[in-house]
Ligand binder design. Structure first.
Ligand SMILES: [Zn+2]
Length: 577
C-alpha cells in the first residue's frame, strides 16, 4: 500500500459512480466521454497474461496489477474491446482528478537566469517563454531546438545543454523526454526543473560542470503538448493521454516485431518529428518519463526475449530505483519488482518509443514511470524533484561508462564512420556506430571482457580482443582504421557497391580497389536477359562511376562485374522515382 492508496480508493469510489457500467448500463454516457475528450480510462480483469497480449493491439494498456488491467481507449479501440466481453469499469479521467484551482496556483513568473521554484504547472505560453529564456540566459551552454509541431500547431521543443553547444563534439549524447502521455505531467515540470538546475549549477557545482563539459544533454519536457493542454493553454487541468487525433503517441512508432504501423494508424506529426530527431542526433542513451506507476522499465516491450545487455539494464535500473528509494518517501519507487522491470515481463506493448529508439537508432532508451499519480498535484512537484534528481544525474553519467573512443583513418587521421560490434554479444541493434563529424562512439555495456570489431566501408576491419570493462568506469579505445588502398583482400571484393539500391535513374558504382585494367559491368533482368552492358576502365584505388539506368523499368535485376581479378554478381532493385 503506498501513500496514495487511500486517496486513490476514495476518488475511485466517489467518481466511478456516474459512469459505472454493469453489463446492462447505457452506452451513451461513454459516448459523451468520447465526444468531450476523445478517450476513456477504464479497468478490467484478465485470467491470464495472454489475454493482455491480444488486447494490447486494440487499446492502450496503462498499467497491470496482478490480473487487474488499467487502460485507455479511443472510440474505435473501445468498440473493439467491448467485443472481447470483458466486464469493465469506466474510471475518472486522471487529468480531471485534481481541481483546476489547485493546478493554476502559479509562482510569480521569473525571467531567464533567475531561480524559479518549480512547484507549479506553467501555462503553455510560459513554457515557451521558459524554453526561450533558458537559451537566451545561457547562450554558451544552452541551445533551443525545435523538434517539430503537434497536430494543433504547438511546438515540440528541446534544449541542448553542453559546452561548445553549437558544435557536435566527441561526447556521448543523452536525451530526456517527458509527457508523451499528455496527462502524465510530473516529468514535464521535473524536466524544466532539471534544465534550470543544470544551467544555474554550471561553473559552481563541480559534478554538474563536468557533466555539461563532457556530455551533450538534450531535454524535451513536453512531448505531447496538445494532450497536456487539452483543456486550453492556461492549465493542464483536463489533460488527455492521447494527442489531438486521439492517438496514443507511445504506441505509434515502428515496432521491431509488428513492423512500421503496429497500431494501424498513420504516423502522427509528433511521431514523425521525433523519428527525424532521433535519426539526426544519434543518442547514446535516453529516458522517456511517464506517470501512473513508480518503476524503471527497460527493453524489450514487444519481445519476450531479453536484450544482450540485460545485465547492464538491470544494473542501471537498480541504480535508478535504489537511489529514488533512498531519497524518496517511504515506499517510493517500489512497484512491480521493487522498482525495476523488463518491459515485456510486465506487459507487452507494441509501437512504443523505447523499443523504436533501441531497435532503429541503436540507442539505449528506458521508460521511467516516476509517480503513481499521473497528474501530480503542484504541492508534490518539489518533493518528486528531490526524490529523482540524483537518478537523473547518475543516468546521464552512465553514458560515459563502458567503452568509448575515436575512430580515425590510419593514414589521414580523419574521423571515420564505423560499426562497433561486440563479438558473440551484440544482436537486434545493440551494436553502435562512430558518427561523423567527430568519429566518436560510446557503448555502455556491463562489466566483463569483450572482443570488439570495428568495420567500415573501404577499410579493413579491426578486432580488439579481451577488452576489459568495469562498471562505473570508462574504457577508452581509440581506433585507427587502415584503408583498402594499402592492400587487397576478399573482403575488399565484397565491398563493390551500387547505390542507392533500391533506387532509380542514375546510380553510383563504387569499386574500392583495382589499380589499372578493364572491367565490364552487365545488368540482367529477373529472367537472366542482359539489358545493360558497359566497359569501365579502372584507374585508381577507389573507382567511382555514374551508371545511367533511366531506360530500365522498375523491378529486380542482377549486376555482374567481371575483370581479370574478379567476377561478382549481386542484386539491384530499381524502383519508381
Ligand atoms: Zn505513460
Amino acid at each position: 500500500m503506498n501513500r496514495y492508496g487511500f486517496l486513490f480508493i476514495l476518488l475511485f469510489f466517489v467518481s466511478v459512480n456516474p459512469y459505472s457500467r454493469a453489463q446492462n448500463s447505457v452506452f451513451p454516457k461513454v459516448d459523451n466521454l468520447f465526444m468531450e475528450r476523445g478517450e476513456v480510462y477504464f479497468k478490467f480483469s484478465v485470467t491470464s497474461p495472454d489475454e493482455i497480449n491480444s488486447l494490447t493491439h486494440i487499446i492502450s494498456i496503462d498499467k497491470v496489477n496482478g490480473n487487474e488491467v488499467f487502460a485507455y481507449a479511443n472510440k474505435k479501440g473501445f468498440i473493439q474491446f467491448r467485443k472481447s466481453n470483458h466486464p469493465y469499469k469506466i474510471l475518472p479521467a486522471p487529468g480531471l482528478l485534481i481541481p483546476g484551482s489547485e493546478l493554476t496556483r502559479f509562482s510569480p513568473f521569473l525571467k531567464s537566469g533567475s531561480k524559479t521554484v518549480w512547484n507549479f504547472y506553467p501555462t503553455y505560453e510560459q513554457f515557451l517563454d521558459y524554453m526561450v529564456g533558458f537559451a537566451a540566459g545561457h547562450p554558451d551552454i544552452c541551445n533551443l531546438d525545435t523538434i517539430g509541431t503537434s497536430v494543433q500547431g504547438r511546438l515540440l521543443l528541446a534544449v541542448k545543454i553542453s559546452d561548445n553547444v553549437h558544435q557536435q563534439e566527441a561526447e556521448p549524447r543523452v536525451l530526456y523526454t517527458a509527457a508523451i502521455h499528455g496527462d502524465e505531467t510530473g516529468g514535464y515540470v521535473l524536466m524544466l526543473h532539471l534544465i534550470d538546475y543544470l544551467l544555474l549549477s554550471y561553473g559552481s557545482d563541480q559534478r554538474i560542470t563536468d557533466l555539461i563539459n563532457s556530455t551533450e544533454i538534450f531535454i524535451n519536457p513536453l512531448a505531447n503538448p496538445d494532450g497536456t493542454y487539452f483543456g486550453g493553454n492556461n492549465s493542464v487541468f483536463g489533460a488527455t493521454r492521447y494527442n489531438a487525433n486521439f492517438i496514443d503517441l507511445n504506441r505509434n512508432y515502428p515496432d521491431p516485431k509488428l513492423g512500421l504501423h503496429p497500431d494501424n494508424e498513420a504516423w502522427q506529426p509528433e511521431t514523425m518529428a521525433f523519428m527525424t530527431y532521433g535519426q539526426n542526433n544519434h543518442f547514446t542513451l535516453s529516458a522517456n518519463f511517464h506517470g501512473g506507476s513508480e518503476v524503471f522499465n527497460y527493453p524489450w516491450d514487444t519481445w519476450e526475449k531479453l536484450t544482450p545487455d540485460d545485465s547492464w539494464w538491470q544494473f542501471v535500473g537498480r541504480q535508478w530505483a535504489d537511489t529514488a528509494q533512498k531519497y524518496g518517501s517511504m515506499g517510493y519507487f517500489t512497484d512491480v519488482n521493487n522498482g525495476i522491470t523488463n518491459g515485456h515481463a510486465w506487459y507487452e506493448i507494441n509501437g512504443g518509443r523505447q523499443d523504436y529508439m533501441n531497435y532503429w537508432h541503436h540507442c539505449r532508451e528506458a521508460t521511467v514511470e516516476i509517480s503513481n499519480i499521473k497528474l501530480l498535484p503542484t504541492n508534490q512537484l518539489d518533493s518528486f524533484w528531490l526524490y529523482n534528481y540524483t537518478s537523473f544525474l547518475n543516468y546521464i553519467e552512465q553514458s560515459h561508462f563502458g567503452v568509448n573512443g575515436l575512430v580515425t583513418d590510419s593514414i589521414t587521421g580523419q574521423p571515420v564512420f564505423s560499426r562497433v560490434f561486440i563479438n558473440n554479444h551484440d544482436e537486434d541493434s545493440s551494436d553502435v556506430f562512430s558518427y561523423l563529424p567527430s568519429g566518436f562512439f560510446a557503448r555502455p555495456v556491463f562489466e566483463g571482457t569483450y572482443d570488439i570489431t570495428f568495420s567500415s566501408p573501404s577499410y579493413f576491419s579491426k578486432t580488439f580482443n579481451n577488452v576489459v570493462i568495469n562498471n562505473g568506469q570508462p574504457t577508452t579505445l581509440n581506433v585507427q582504421m587502415k584503408p583498402y588502398s594499402h592492400g587487397k583482400t576478399e573482403e575488399a571484393i565484397s565491398k563493390v557497391m551500387i547505390y542507392p539500391n533500391p533506387g532509380s535513374g542514375i546510380f553510383k558504382l563504387m569499386i574500392p580497389f583495382g589499380k589499372k585494367g578493364n572491367c565490364i559491368i552487365k545488368i540482367m533482368n529477373g529472367l537472366g536477359k542482359e539489358v545493360y552492358s558497359e566497359n569501365l576502365i579502372l584507374n585508381s584505388d577507389n573507382n567511382l562511376y555514374n551508371l545511367n539506368l533511366n531506360g530500365l523499368s522498375s523491378g529486380l535485376y542482377f549486376f555482374n562485374i567481371i575483370s581479370q581479378k574478379i567476377s561478382l554478381t549481386d542484386k539491384l532493385i530499381i524502383c519508381d522515382d
